[in-house]
Unconditional design. Structure first.
Length: 106
C-alpha cells in the first residue's frame, strides 16, 4: 500500500474525501481528513502524503459524496467505496497531486 495512490474507485472505508479551503492557498481536494482533538486538521492527499493544518489556516471543509458499489471484495462482505461524482473521481485519478498540494507551513 505504501507508495500507491489512493484509488477513488476503491477508497479505504474509513476515508472521507473532501475539498478543504485553505487560507492563503485556496481549495485542495484531499482523499481524507480528520479533525484532531487539538483542533488541527490532518489531511491525506491522493498520493498518500499527509499534512496537518492549524485551525486558523482552514476556512471550510466540504465533504465529497461517496457510495458503495459493485461486488464485495473477495473473501469479505465489504463492497468497494467510491466517489459518486465522475468528474471528481477523474480529477483524483488523473492529477498527480489530486489537485493542489497541501502546504502546511505553520
Amino acid at each position: 500500500m505504501k507508495g500507491e495512490r489512493v484509488d477513488p474507485d476503491d477508497l479505504p472505508d474509513r476515508y472521507t474525501p473532501a475539498i478543504v479551503q485553505i487560507r492563503g492557498q485556496g481549495p485542495v481536494f484531499v482523499a481524507d481528513y480528520v479533525t484532531l482533538d487539538s483542533g488541527w486538521l490532518r489531511v491525506t492527499e491522493w498520493t498518500r502524503g499527509r499534512a496537518k493544518l492549524p485551525p486558523h489556516r482552514v476556512s471550510a471543509v466540504r465533504e465529497v459524496r461517496t457510495e458503495y458499489h459493485g461486488e464485495p471484495h473477495q473473501g469479505t462482505e465489504n463492497r468497494p467505496k467510491r466517489i459518486v461524482d465522475d468528474e471528481w473521481r477523474e480529477e483524483a485519478r488523473d492529477d498527480d497531486m489530486g489537485g493542489k498540494a497541501v502546504v502546511a507551513d505553520d
